[in-house]
Design a protein around this ligand. Sequence first.
Ligand code: SAJ
Length: 397
Amino acid sequence: MGLGYIGLPTAIIAAKEGGVDIIGVDINPSVVEQTNAGHLHIIEPGMEEMLQDVVKSGKLRASTTPEVSDAYFMVVPTPFKGNHEPDVSYVEAATRAVLPLLKEGDLYVIESTSPVGTTEQMADIIFSERPELKGKIYIAYCPERVLPGNVIYELVHNDRVIGGLDEASTKKAQEFYAQFVKGTLHPTNARTAEMCKLTENSSRDVQIAFANELSFICDKAGINVWDLINLANKHPRVNILQPGCGVGGHCIAVDPYFITSDFPAESRLISDAREINNYKAFWCVEKVKNAILEFELQHGRKPVVAMMGLAFKPDIDDLRESPAKQITGKVMQSARNAEILVVEPNVKSHDSFTLTDYREAYDKADIVAFLTAHKPFKSLPWREDKVILDFCGIFKK
Ligand code: SAJ
């Protein structure tokens, strides 16, 4: 249920590596049509060829409606509402769609990132509508952990955490995933598995916030933060992550809210980390605006400014929930006293931005703001004649 960034690759790998017969269900008819035509509607290297193989062999078929199966997987989005409260309505809608099809011996699994207690909540819905299935079906939570861009490898090789509502459910889900996962399948209960997913991404968010906080301190103290982190990491028990222009994507900047929303009094560090990482993007905007003002005062003319990178992390073309894109938009809105060149080497064109080649922009610009640490940027030479705002460590070496 759900043929998005996780559901579709999981369906393809389970069909290809595990030989499982899959019906991939999505409410979007265009996704279903494209999948059946062997066209991958998401961006993931190497995945389209695999999709074509499994569609051709008949192992994977997409549809807008679920069909009677032996196992059902909920892999739909869990966004948050206005006040950062998790919205599990898609999980509930997918569950209600398969409810009439469930039969004795079936496996029902939630993979969507979910607040603690969601699996129990869905089980309550299932058993209130189908009380005769109580004790007769298997229910588990099994979060995904794959890194976009490396999904083919990670879906097979990563360890997974599997939490059933009871031991028999955990075992049944382990048997299913063992068909295509080579990593270890760690058994636990559903609540722990739900919290484990939220913990993994919150842990990364907190660690990035520490690096971003160091960047604020170092900026005031006149210390190069990249040198500092490199040196601190020479300690055998210190491993600090890298500061950047903020935290983007659909997971790390979202999942911690699933904890802070349910446990506000207990999650102060997680909540502060979110605020620090959100604030980092605004801090970068202010830095660029100040550099523009100073340039104008010093040179008596408008500067040319290059905004380098729009993607939410290095070497991908995914611009969704990207702090780099947000910063560029804000600088363009507010800095009327500058000519802004926008650079994103991984994207051919964009509706809101006219894109410039990275070498040309670097050459022309008086002020250069590095927002995303794409590989090609690292081959650019340091230029004393430019104001360089290196928010992502392009020149850290
Ligand atoms: N970032 C930094 N500094 C760093 C590392 C990352 O600023 O040192 C920024 C990136 O630029 C990006 C954001 O953090 O804006 C997130 O990038 P990421 O590479 O840390 O993670 P995602 O969002 O691509 O994938 C994460 C992964 N989770 C963890 O590493 C704990 C992945 O394994 C999960 O499957 C994925 O979230 C998910 O779907 O939950």
